[in-house]
Design a protein around this ligand. Structure first.
Ligand code: CO8
Length: 258
């Protein structure tokens, strides 16, 4: 039986997806993207989902980009379709209702960097290398990089990276805000458990609402976004979680969120 292109591990609703093409440094071809989309459609419908972690197989690469061998012979229309499939899939990842975190365990280039940018945050191993080198191949980022990178690191730094195609190390990625934390490969491996511990004690619906407030609010002017927060905050008081969470505080016990 052929090995799955994406391995799935589920620890009490903390789902870890591992892109599994280590021989091609986990490059994204249309099969990987289609499998990722199928998995995400399943995850979208799960009420017990708490977080999604995405990483690459092996110790060398997160994802070294879109698959250049597959892309090189495409016509403009085929390129548009291929990028369209990836854009749709990456958007599904971004809009999952729970925190989505990239565990960047090595090369994170081109489409790999664009995948990481669609995650709510990223943590990187100290050997990780980032970049949008598409101009060196005669193209531009096509999986959202020209739009999400400036929103994450600001337009000047994004333009530096997408026009020079230069690669940066984990320390620089941390400095410019592309990743939240840098750790060793071993620590990165343990991060899923750490996250399970951190999220496990929180109200699951509150975590979802917090993500929704940040994401939806960023697309709005400040006054509308503050009104959105106010509505979502009020809605918490219609949930059992708020009764349990605040009740537990007053009774000096740990909350038991269901
Ligand atoms: N696509 C296909 N195969 C790849 C890719 C890739 N992106 N990256 C690495 N591989 C393969 C190599 O060809 C090699 O295969 P083989 O063993 O069969 O020769 C294997 O992975 C190992 O790679 P290397 O031998 O090159 O390993 P090195 O340690 O020497 O180098 C690098 C590692 C620096 C990461 C190097 O592999 C590299 O530069 N890779 C390409 C990085 C890149 O340019 N990425 C951007 C791709 S373009 C993109 O993502 C655009 C997205 C938008 C597309 C729009 C749709 C049309």
């Amino acid at each position: 039986m052929s090995e799955s292109l994406i391995e799935v591990r589920d620890n009490a609703g903390i789902v870890r997806l591992t892109i599994n093409r280590p021989k091609a440094l986990n490059a994204l071809n249309s099969e990987v993207i289609a499998e990722l989309e199928r998995l995400l459609v399943d995850l979208e419908g799960r009420d017990d989902l708490r977080a999604v972690l995405i990483t690459g197989a092996g110790e060398k690469a997160f994802v070294a980009g879109a698959d250049i061998t597959e892309m090189r012979g495409k016509s403009p229309q085929q390129a548009r379709d291929f990028a369209g499939q990836a854009l749709r899939t990456i958007k599904r990842l971004e809009t999952l209702p729970v925190p989505v975190v990239a565990l960047v365990n090595g090369f994170c280039l081109g489409g790999g960097c664009e995948l990481a940018l669609a995650c709510d945050w990223a943590v990187a191993s100290d050997n990780a290398i980032f970049g949008q080198p598409e101009v060196q191949l005669g193209v531009i980022p096509g999986f959202g990089g020209t739009q999400r990178l400036p929103r994450r690191v600001g337009p000047a730094m994004a333009l530096d990276l997408v026009t020079t195609g230069r690669k940066i190390d984990a320390a620089e990625a941390l400095r410019i805000g592309l990743v939240n934390r840098v750790m060793t490969q071993d620590e990165l491996e343990a991060y899923a458990d750490e996250l399970a511990g951190q999220l496990g004690g929180n109200g699951p619906q509150a975590v979802r609402s917090a993500k929704q407030a940040v994401h939806d609010g960023l697309d709005q002017d400040l006054d509308s976004a503050l009104a959105l927060e106010n509505s979502l905050f009020a809605l918490c008081f219609a949930c059992e979680e708020q009764t349990e969470g605040m009740g537990a505080f007053v009774e000096k016990r740990k909350p038991n969120f269901r």
